[in-house]
Ligand binder design. Sequence first.
Ligand code: 5GP
Ligand code: MN
Length: 323
Amino acid sequence: MNKIASIVSQINQTQDILVIGHVMPDGDDISSVTSLTLGLKQLGKNCFGSIDYSIPEYYKVFAGVNELKAYEDLCDFVPQIIIVVDSSSPDRVGRFQTMLSKYRTIVIDHHATNTLFGDINWIDVSAAATAQMVYDLNKALGVLYDAELATTNLVGIATDSGFFRFSNTSERVFRDAAELVQLGAKPYFVASAILENRRPEQMRLYCLMVNHMTVEDRMAYSWISYEDYLKHNCVDDDSTGFIGEMRALKDIEVAILVTEFPKGEIHVSFRSKNWLDVSKIASTLGGGGHARAAGCSFKNAQIESVLTEVVNLTRDFLQGGTK
Ligand code: 5GP
Ligand code: MN
């Protein structure tokens, strides 16, 4: 039996289902958790969706996002299965991690760095977004799409393909997106809610990142400290997308953004343009991701020392590579 068929069979045999995503959720994660939860509820399942992290405000206009539960609301819930989406390792699910060993777990993901931590692992690295896999699963389950569900499902495909610009933008991406639009999804509503909704404070924070930026051979990097976020009345979500602008520089192969939020918690984002596999760099540091977009995190760390370490490591990878 193929993976999707065995997941359908599992779901058909169960009633109580928990769907979870990863900390620091992106559009694909939120879209995948929400679309699957809406689909399973429509089939009459006792299903809850949750992400153990704050959800950026601008995603709350999409159907189902406001109904996501907090971790605290689900402490007493005893699921028959847990479905983990878009998460490459168990530490990515926040406090839900301790529940994974207690319940049958299905992992649905598109990261090559996935550690296969489920009882069933459906990993499709050819999918640009986990939301495409959720779309396939919902179709296989017989979920009916209205305009709201189609729009929520489109969010993940749009964001993880960089709004149909990244190297993962395949024929399948356009085909799935076109099907969802046919079902009523509103691409401009998705694009404007996510891309045209910036606060002036965010633009000022962006200027600060540019001021902190260093450009050297094929690499651009910068940093934003916790104090910088506070000074600009911003939070970590507000710098989403900034790193893409560094990658967009001419002759740059790799961009690195080191951010600190909250104090002492450091997140490193990597983006590459043509050939450098940044998931390998992030994996070396305990993180993961995709060849062109990856990340890792550190607790109780100093921004300067993390920056020095990741820049030196990336320089080695750049010089060791063949261009
Ligand atoms: P971002 O730079 O936007 O935070 O993440 C880029 C990609 O790397 C995403 O696919 C994300 O899931 C992955 N990623 C980011 N941070 C981590 C991390 O700390 N651990 C792992 N395993 N993956 C990460
Ligand atoms: Mn994803």
